[in-house]
Ligand binder design. Structure first.
Ligand code: SAH
Length: 219
């Protein structure tokens, strides 16, 4: 069998995409975005060999980069169009923001740890994802200066739907977020803001780090 050049994980990347398809991700634009964004640049160097495994991995500040399947699943259910402005709460590594940037007009992503926000901003800029703005702040309040948003995605688990985020969505806008107790079972839900109020659709069971109030004091 021909040996792969070092650092070339093209076989791993092909399996990664096949795995997403097999698990039901079917939107070609989402699959293309997942194919384009190099996840190895978003994981810690010690986990580089696991960059294309379908698992969440630890990043700085005790947080995690989400499992690729969950990133693709949430992105697919968000139904992002090329004219959209998207708000992400929970920048973490910046990976989900990078995937969204391939589908949306622009992405605003808010993170409560300055260390993570600064690293993600630098990484996204080096990779040329220049339609992403990373902001340090409390995502429970959203980013009102840039509102309204066509889509909102929350990548940390909320115990209840944050009202401010609903307020920053356009009418007809969609929000995808994990809801549930910090240590217990959480459900990914899709909310659609309509004239009759909010419609909620339950999607799948998930496990996310908690959405915590306020900017992080340390770092
Ligand atoms: N989307 C990320 C995964 C993030 S993990 C990625 O693709 O890598 C969840 C992130 O949400 C953590 O970095 C955590 O610090 C952040 N977070 C939790 N509560 C928050 C809040 N109130 N405001 C902003 N970020 C928050």
């Amino acid at each position: 069998m021909p040996k792969q050049p070092p650092g070339d994980d093209s076989v791993g990347r092909m399996q990664f995409l096949l795995g997403l398809r097999r698990r039901g991700i079917s939107d070609p634009a989402v699959l293309r975005a997942m194919d384009e964004v190099p996840r190895e640049h978003f994981v810690e160097s010690s986990f580089m060999d696991k960059a294309y495994a379908d698992q969440a991995l630890p990043i700085a500040c005790g947080q995690t980069i989400s499992q690729p399947y969950v990133v693709a699943f949430m992105t697919e259910h968000l139904d992002v169009q090329p004219t959209h402005r998207v708000l992400e709460v929970g920048t973490g590594s910046g990976y989900q923001a990078a995937v969204l940037s391939r589908l949306a007009r622009d992405v605003v992503s808010v993170e409560r740890y300055r260390t993570l926000a600064d690293a993600a901003r630098q990484r996204l800029s080096l990779l040329g994802y220049d339609n992403v703005e990373v902001v340090v702040g409390d995502g429970l309040a959203g980013v009102p200066e840039r509102a309204p948003y066509d889509r909102v995605i929350v990548t940390a688990a909320a115990e209840t739907v944050p009202d401010a985020l609903v307020g920053e969505l356009i009418d007809g806008g969609v929000m995808v977020l994990p809801l549930g107790p910090h240590a217990g079972p959480q459900q990914l839900v899709k909310l659609t803001k309509g004239e009759q109020g909010i419609k909620q659709e339950d999607l799948i069971g998930v496990r996310f780090v908690p959405l915590l109030p306020g900017k992080a004091r340390e770092l």
